[in-house]
Design a protein around this ligand. Structure first.
Ligand SMILES: Cc1cc2nc3c(=O)[nH]c(=O)nc-3n(C[C@H](O)[C@H](O)[C@H](O)COP(=O)(O)OP(=O)(O)OC[C@H]3O[C@@H](n4cnc5c(N)ncnc54)[C@H](O)[C@@H]3O)c2cc1C
Length: 439
């Protein structure tokens, strides 16, 4: 078989592995995956959870179904955590909150704020479960902000034999169990670091030239507590620059223009033609952290879910070069793209975090719901980013080979050993893990 045939065959096999004969009609949020599970169960406490685990042949935790790939899929039992969704306790000495893993960030944010506390950061939308987000190293933005998993201080997991095991920050294997890809068991509870609540003002600027990034990338990302750039890749322009500033910061004063970009005169959606009604308030209007750090409001669906997503992480030191490498091939993928977002993530110590021990930049793609064309352009983007030690988001679409993926994580073998130890009989194995963890 020549190289081209091999590549074509591998990509067809990969595409085929995304297609399942469904036994339930449950789909993920985007609707690009119908879960192949024989049944979905909804335990509401640890005893019910244990019973479901012990009576299942194989099983998989299901959070809020926001992943775009098959990471949460199984052909046996899906165990939804949606009814295990309570705040358990707030420890104001340690500054930890213990929660059940099925709680959504939006609900947790509201409750914490009422009690006078905040989390360090949130993702673009608050509708995702804490357990599911941390399993895939979900992140927001901010030079000083690690991903959401970096706030985890304690984890309790129910293993395939129904026993519970707990890890706290600093204990052996703690850094391995947090970003767990659902491979170790069902996370029942997690402790997250909290801090006193704070307010954030959001400022949006339009039309920043990408030429400014060469010399001012760091300055721009240091301008706010959380900074995001959105681009359609036309005319080397960043269409929108979102700067989220804490109101207790020194440099809060609004300006009319910023490196040639102009302050927006109205609220905007990242895809400008969409209504901003679902977006969190901008125009410098101060508001609580949980209503400003996400781009989308909890009370609304962020879009009509007719989209796909992929996202790639590169070490911060390559930010400008990597962005330019994607820019150079934008005509290949632009027809299928809604928008790209570029965010920054601080380094952490979590074995399977894409930001493990290195400050990183994430280049995200919100795609039109056109699976064949999107899957066809991803290898081209991955190839363009190859010189920059690229890693894909665990919960989004990607085509990178398992071998390459493993080579990007210095602790991969340690995670494999941990997974073997905690799940010797492969109770949580699925097609995604067989390919990407064991492949
Ligand atoms: C509109 C939209 C916006 C998004 N924005 C962002 C963003 O800003 N930043 C970002 O990084 N990502 C983002 N994502 C991706 C999303 O955060 C991840 O896919 C995340 O994993 C979704 O969490 P979930 O609760 O839906 O998990 P699911 O998709 O349900 O599950 C994901 C994985 O977690 C495992 N899991 C879930 N709960 C548990 C548990 N209790 N114990 C063990 N394993 C568990 C599942 O088995 C599976 O392996 C976005 C996705 C969408 C649809």
């Amino acid at each position: 078989m020549n190289r081209q045939d091999f590549l074509r065959k591998s990509s067809l096999l990969f595409m085929a592995s995304q297609i399942y004969v469904p036994s339930t009609s449950e789909t993920n949020w985007a609707g690009n995956l119908t879960y192949a599970a024989k049944k979905i169960v909804y335990p509401s406490n640890v005893e019910e959870l244990r019973n479901e685990i012990l009576t299942s042949k194989q099983a998989k935790a299901l959070g809020s179904k926001h992943s775009f790939n098959t990471i949460a899929n199984t052909t046996e039992t899906l165990i939804s955590t949606s009814k295990m969704n309570q705040v358990i306790s707030i420890d104001s000495q340690k500054m930890w909150v213990w929660v059940e893993a099925g709680i959504k960030y939006g609900i947790l944010g509201l409750l914490l704020d009422k009690a006078g506390y905040a989390l360090h950061n949130l993702a673009s939308l608050p509708h995702i479960s804490v357990g599911g987000a941390c399993a895939t190293a979900t992140h927001g933005s901010g030079d000083g902000n690690g991903n959401l998993s970096s706030a985890v201080c304690g984890v309790e997991i129910m293993k395939a034999d129904g026993t519970l095991q707990r890890w706290e920050f600093g204990q052996p294997d703690f850094n391995g169990v947090v970003v767990n890809l659902g491979a170790l068991g069902i996370v029942t509870k997690m402790a997250l670091a909290i801090q006193p609540k704070f307010e954030v003002s959001q400022f949006v600027f339009e039309n920043l030239s990408m030429n400014q990034l060469k010399d001012h990338f760091d300055e721009i990302y240091q301008e706010g507590y959380s900074v995001s750039m959105f681009t359609h890749w036309e005319n080397k322009t960043i269409n929108q620059l979102w700067i989220k500033k804490r109101t207790d910061a020194k440099n809060i004063h609004p300006v009319k223009s910023y490196f040639g970009a102009t302050a927006a005169t109205n609220h905007l959606h990242p895809i400008k033609i969409n209504s901003p009604v679902n977006c969190t308030d901008q125009m410098g209007i101060a508001g609580p952290w949980y209503e400003r750090l996400p781009h989308f409001k909890m009370g609304f669906t962020p879009s009509n879910s007719e989209e796909l997503q992929a996202e790639y992480f590169v070490p911060r030191k390559y930010a400008y070069q990597a962005i330019m490498a994607v820019e150079a091939i934008h005509s290949v993928f632009s027809p299928y793209l809604f928008v790209t977002e570029i965010r920054s993530i601080a380094a952490d110590e979590l074995w399977l975090s894409p930001a493990y021990q290195q400050d990183s930049i994430a280049i995200h793609f919100t795609w039109k719901p056109d699976t064949p064309n999107v899957m066809a352009v991803l290898p081209k983007i991955e190839a363009a980013l190859e010189p920059f030690e690229v890693k894909p988001h665990w919960g989004k679409l990607f085509t990178m080979s398992p071998q390459k993926l493993h080579s990007r994580y210095s602790k991969f073998k340690d995670f494999q050993a941990l997974a073997k130890r905690l799940d010797p009989n492969g109770h949580w194995a699925n097609e995604f893990l067989r390919r990407n963890l064991w492949g």
